[in-house]
Ligand binder design. Structure first.
Ligand code: PMT
Length: 401
């Protein structure tokens, strides 16, 4: 029997040429014995008729909060659903979701829904790459929404690139695997470090790095979804995270990250250290802005505490410690040396030589190195959300069974 049998799916359709695919998706969901309630934005109705969707779903379609029949109860509808699937989502609707607007049934129901939300964007390649869209996607990902990757190919504009809506079969598979997914981290306490650290030089300058926090945040969201209670120690980033299972501790410097990570470590089952921590900080921080004088300026740097190595010493039997290694050459040898030196159980290697991997990308390509038996496993370039699942699967398989 399908994992979707009896599930209540709220399907939100916005105004894109890909809206026709929503009819196939409705049909597939109904075939898998799900109940489907369709919501359409007003512009979606220019692309596909509500009659088609109400016939396929066997329910009336809602568009406006105040419709011809009176007030449509978006709160009741939002709470009814086991999953809210938004497909296709245009750049306009994405921006409304990110900013919390509620001027149609689709976006109002999104605000009222307490169930998991799946977002399948569809737009032109330049709209998809635009910084405004990137910011909206990051914000919505940080709020725990599940994104379906856009496809590459010919777009309605005639241009070729990324922006095609995921196929209905892919969306169905994702929903099936979501509902089939075990809550395999229930009862586990997980510590995750993420993002950069900023080491102040004076009140306006700092030593930092290019980490965005995306990799660590993806890990925190995956672990929380799988039932863990997560403490996310997050360096300075504009990204936000919200999930009832995630406690976010915001820090700026390596020493603050060190303190927040060591605190309560004895109760942690699994720590994953994805942060890019500054190894050194300026010895002294000037209290006033340093003025330009002369041709050169010398800064004396002192070593920061190593969080991974310290936790490696504190670690007791049964506690699992996973590090990351960001390398640019001799990747595997450097990663294995860190694994040994910091007493880690597993290290996740990403190389800046791999296109699409490392800092700030939405994707990553990793190799996992285990302490025991010198085992390694290679993974393809994937979204950071999918990479996070691979890392947690690996931890569960080898260490938490
Ligand atoms: O944040 P994103 O933009 O998504 O980018 C993700 C990432 C590239 C930052 C991430 O995937 C990654 O590789 N993180 C580790 C980066 C790093 O600084 O690695 P490292 O090789 O210098 O450090 C090795 C390990 O020791 C890491 O687990 C690091 O968190 C830890 N460490 C390092 C120094 C220190 N003082 N304390 C530490 O805990």
């Amino acid at each position: 029997m399908s994992q979707l049998a009896g599930k209540k799916i709220l399907l939100g359709i916005s105004g894109s040429i890909a809206a026709y695919k929503a009819a196939f998706l409705t049909r597939l969901l109904i075939k898998h014995n799900a109940e489907v309630q369709v919501l359409m934005t007003p512009s979606a109705m220019s692309f596909i008729s509500p009659l088609t969707l109400s016939t396929l779903s066997k329910r009336p379609v809602y568009t406006d909060v105040i419709g011809a029949e009176g007030w449509n109860n978006h709160v009741e509808i939002g709470l009814w659903a086991d999953a809210l699937v938004l497909a296709p989502v245009t750049a306009n609707t994405l921006s409304k979701l990110a900013s919390g607007q509620s001027d149609n049934m689709l976006v109002a129901s999104y605000l009222s829904a307490r169930c998991p939300v799946f977002i399948a964007p569809a737009m032109d390649l330049d709209m998809w790459k635009h910084p405004a869209t990137r910011r909206n996607v990051a914000l919505l990902e940080g709020a725990g929404n599940h994104f379906l990757e856009v496809g590459y190919g010919e777009l309605a504009s005639g241009l070729i690139g990324e922006g095609r809506m995921a196929e209905p079969e892919e969306i169905l598979t994702r929903l099936e695997s979501f509902f089939g997914q075990q809550q395999d981290l229930v009862g586990k306490k997980v510590l995750i470090t993420a993002g950069p650290t900023f080491e102040p030089i004076d009140p306006v300058r700092f030593i930092g790095n290019r980490s965005s926090g995306k990799m660590g945040i993806a890990l925190a969201i995956s672990a929380a979804r799988r039932g863990a209670m997560v403490r996310l120690v997050l360096g300075p980033t504009s990204l936000t995270v919200s999930h009832p299972n995630i406690e976010v501790v915001r820090v700026q410097t390596a020493r603050e990250m060190f303190n927040a990570s060591c605190e309560g470590f004895e109760n942690i089952d699994l720590a994953i250290l994805a942060a890019a921590v500054a190894d050194y900080r300026p010895k002294d921080q000037a209290s006033e802005k340093i003025k330009k004088s002369g041709n050169a300026l010398q800064l004396e740097l002192v070593q920061n505490p190593d969080i991974a190595a310290t936790l490696g010493k504190m670690k007791k039997a049964g506690q699992i410690l996973v590090g990351f290694a960001l390398e640019t050459q001799n990747e595997e040898a450097h990663a294995r040396a860190k694994l040994e030196r910091k007493n880690l159980d597993m290290i996740v290697l990403n190389s800046l030589r791999d296109p699409g991997a490392g800092f700030n990308h939405d994707t990553n390509r990793i190799r996992i190195l285990h302490r025991e038996n010198n085992k390694t496993a290679d993974f393809e370039l994937k979204s950071k959300a999918a990479v996070a699942e691979d890392i947690l699967d690996s931890v569960l398989h080898y260490y938490l069974t």
